[in-house]
Design a protein around this ligand. Sequence first.
Ligand code: ATP
Ligand code: MG
Length: 305
Amino acid sequence: FSINMTELQLEEELGRGNYGTVKKVLHKPTNVAMAMKEIRLELEDSKLNAIIMELDILHRATAPEIVEFYGAFFIESCVYYCMEYMDAGSLDKLQGAGVPEDVLARITASMVRGLKFLKDELQIIHRDVKPTNVLVNRGGLVKLCDFGVSGQLEKSLAKTNIGCQSYMAPERIKGESQNKLGTYTVSSDVWSLGLSMIEIAMGQYPYPPETYSNVFAQLTAIVHGDPPHLPDGFSDDAHAFVDGCLEKEPERRPTYSDLIQHPFLVADQTRDVDMKGWVKRALEYRASASAQAAAAAAPPLHGVS
Ligand code: ATP
Ligand code: MG
């Protein structure tokens, strides 16, 4: 079925990225809650139409580890993209309370299966693996979103900007793995996976911007410095898994099949993991942390006016 704006009831904003805003919406005919991403692109209608058509292949991207796509449309140089609403948000917002190894392994297993599905079934390389593009729901499911399906859309976005937290592999920063057709290799996503795992485990991006005087210094550290490691407290298998993903040479990184057979993920297959409990605690931690921040910022109740 196709979706249009008149069928949607707008609700709260879920977040903002470099390219647009994501809002919760209710699809009135079906009573389904959705997340709607608005991307402003100053393009003529024919280009916008081409993007909508390219996004259509997302209807085939159905897997337990991929956020469901409901449809896209455009109005006045904005593309609107409707997807499954994930009620616990993205991983970057859940990482403050810490992540035990069994939860990290379950998250990683979902990410690897999702990435392998995209590659094997749809010949898609994600190209934007990072914690904000890994979504979680209160049922404890972990799903990927925002992968590169539309060449037209990528080209139009590329002009905009890059954020200060780069999950790009060293070879992508150097520009080598981009062959003449401008295609990336799948191993660049494996780097981004490793970096995301460290961020989830540490609760912060492993190349913190405050450590570097500018973006150039930060990118130089990624290209020329030693790659980061998982913090202490994780098993040798977990460390080895992440170190493999963060090999500087792309050819030396494991494939998705290698990763699935790695002892770190094999252990996950037969383990009971309380993902629901972890999500619940992470959300509570986040709510109390933001309440504390708000209390610290607020003026005293009976202060002078
Ligand atoms: P970037 O612009 O660099 O890709 P981003 O991924 O944070 O960064 P968006 O993709 O625009 O930017 O998403 C903004 C925020 O909206 C995300 O960080 C996430 O927390 C939230 N979000 C996105 N999609 C959903 C969804 N389907 N369900 C719930 N929350 C979502
Ligand atoms: Mg995103």
